[in-house]
Design a protein around this ligand. Sequence first.
Ligand code: TRP
Length: 331
Amino acid sequence: MKKRILTGDRPTGKLHIGHYIGSLENRVKLQYEYESFILIADLQALTDNFDHPENITKNVKEVILDYLAVGIDPKISTVVIQSQIPEIPELTGYFMNLVTLSRLQRNPTVKDEIKEKKFEINIPVGFLCYPVSQAADITIFGADLVPVGEDQVPMIEQTRELVRRFNNLYGKTLKEPKALVSRVGRLPGTDGRAKMSKSLGNVIELAESKESLRKKVMNMYTDPTRIHPTDPGHIKGNPVFTYLDAFSKDVKLVSELKSRYRKGKVGDVEVKEILFKILEEFLKPIRDRRKEYENKPEYLKKIMKEGVKRARETTKETIKRVQKAINLIYF
Ligand code: TRP
């Protein structure tokens, strides 16, 4: 039997190049080799968008378009809308007993997000508990491997702990998944901040137009200590070079550019022109493929409907095994 992959995205906007480097690239590559499930995590997105759910419902379609555009094949990969799988909150319910409040409060990803979203002491319980729900996402599908960006590693660790706890208490029932971390560490924002995020306004979308891409690249943060192109420049913490490392196939060109930059022998504009060209080459086919599907709402609905149907064959089976393990069998 093929091994399984499960990954997911919160549908809070169109996907960006950070998503691609973090996880989409691996998903596209591995979909032929693994049985793949891709979760559109609308319930998870709702934990901090409950007061404007339309934000999520309208973006589900955008995320599916992004999947198709980068080469996810819905015949091979199963696209699943989280809220349509009742077995996920069911398994979440069983998991809730196996984790403490203090353990959730220590989850580094959640901790960062609580700060970023300025919840202070008014943390919605659903938000604090979303790692438990994410553990259910992963284990309900019996995933072996979870392709994620670096920031999601604590989520997989929490999942592994929950699985071990469950299996110790009720007998070996669930599979302990492994994280597959991307080849490049986290892609910073165009403003040089560590995280690329829609709410920070520092993203390059996969659907970005050529004009807008050009503007964003030309406005990118570089080395603030460098005033003239003849000043020696810094590579570390310079997102232009991080993007070049992530997207250029020509390692030699990038290393030459870096060395000229360090010596003050190349200007920011010239480096940015090169980055723009490389990103445009990468994004053009994605943008074109996206357009092909934009006016096919019936096709998108079919993907959603069939994905949910296919997924439930697995999720129902897992819940049966879970209930049996806990001895919840009455008639
Ligand atoms: N938390 C992930 C993110 O913000 C999205 C997600 C939801 C996910 N469920 C998942 C990722 C299961 C991997 C596996 O990007």
